[in-house]
Design a protein. Structure first.
Length: 345
């Protein structure tokens, strides 16, 4: 291996690591707020990538019908809770969401999808995928908010399996790759930097700054931060755990879909590609102890670099090498962690 090859592999590793870091952020955010390990996070990424590919091909994505079906299911669940348990039924919010879905259906089937500028294609994709987050939370997790962590994990795995099956029905078995944001290249010394890499790194940095501003400067962000620090205390202060759960799942769906959109021009994604992608983000989040995002981000970059160099030295054992990284961190975590009262609830 010479210096040029090492630089190319390093560029690929940092690019992949930035995506894994975004997914690790989602995993940490959802886990600290709701105690849910979001196994189906990768499906948000895959659904986002394949939806954008369908739009660019001029074909309406049937995922919008999944959003519609989940809306009807949520409506029925909320109606049952209102009649059975006298829980609040926010009919104005439901009507507004119904109108939003009708607009999505109109955009998907009436607009000239293939001829739209890429920016609007991406916006439409994010608009379709992001509502899946809170709807899946309402359907699968809201009634189990106080359940044991093991129960939440089992439900998360079941949700992942269900979404993989729905992905096969919606998108089919064939993979897809989207149009690159730009084909420009830049020479930095002996290294040729692809503009797609720069787009991914720029999106990563912008998103990190935006999330920092959201959590430190906005009321909703501070509410989520308070819930992640102490769920019981936040609830006693009037912060709804249902609201916190839906908001975190919305952020996870948005970031997951954006991650899929970012990597779709450089790799072919299939309906079942999400699990491996999210699992590598999970390795990064474990390195951060499912608590610290800066450490998880560094760990995710390391995962991306190890994966990239493993493809060169031992491509057949690439996945084994990457996932073996998690073992020493799990051992260290088990030896140093303490059982808290809140964990035992």
């Amino acid at each position: 291996m010479d210096l040029n090859i090492a630089l190319i592999l390093g560029q690929d590793g940092i690019t992949s690591g930035a995506i894994y870091a975004l997914l690790a952020l989602c995993i940490i955010l959802v886990f600290t707020v709701t105690r849910i390990l979001l196994i189906p996070l990768g499906e948000f990424a895959v659904f986002g990538a394949l939806t954008l590919a369908s739009i660019q091909a001029g074909t309406p994505s049937h995922v919008v019908w999944l959003v519609s079906a989940l809306y009807v299911i949520n409506l029925g669940l909320d109606g049952y809770s209102y009649l059975r348990h006298q829980q609040a039924f926010h009919w104005k919010a439901k009507a507004g969401l119904g109108a939003y879905i009708l607009i999505l259906l109109g955009c998907m089937y009436k607009l000239p999808l293939a001829n739209m500028p890429m920016f609007f294609q991406i916006l439409l994709t994010l608009a379709v995928i992001t509502p899946l987050g809170p709807m899946i939370y309402r359907t699968c997790f809201q009634s189990l908010a106080s359940a044991k962590s093991l129960v939440l994990l089992i439900v998360s795995i079941a949700t992942h399996v269900t979404l993989v099956g729905l992905g096969l029905i919606i998108f089919g078995p064939n993979g897809a790759q989207t149009t690159p944001f730009s084909n420009a290249t830049f020479d930095v010394g002996s290294l040729t930097v692809n503009s797609q890499t720069l787009c991914i790194l720029a999106a990563f940095l912008i998103l990190i700054v935006a999330l920092w501003f959201f959590f430190s400067k906005t009321l909703y962000g501070k509410a989520l931060h308070a819930t992640s620090v102490n769920r019981v205390g936040a609830q006693l202060m009037g912060i709804s755990p249902i609201f916190a759960g839906k908001l975190t799942f919305s952020l996870a769906a948005f970031i997951g879909a954006l991650s899929g959109i970012l990597i779709s021009p450089i790799t072919t994604l299939y309906y079942d590609s999400g699990f491996l992608i999210s699992l590598k983000g999970f390795v990064g989040s474990i390195i951060g102890g499912l608590v610290s995002f800066p450490v998880a981000a560094i760990g995710s970059i390391v995962v991306g670099l190890i994966e990239s160099f493993s493809m060169f030295w031992a491509s057949d054992y690439k996945e084994i090498i990457v996932f073996t990284i998690i073992i020493p961190f799990l051992i260290w975590k088990s030896l140093t962690s303490r059982h808290s009262e809140e964990d035992g609830e």
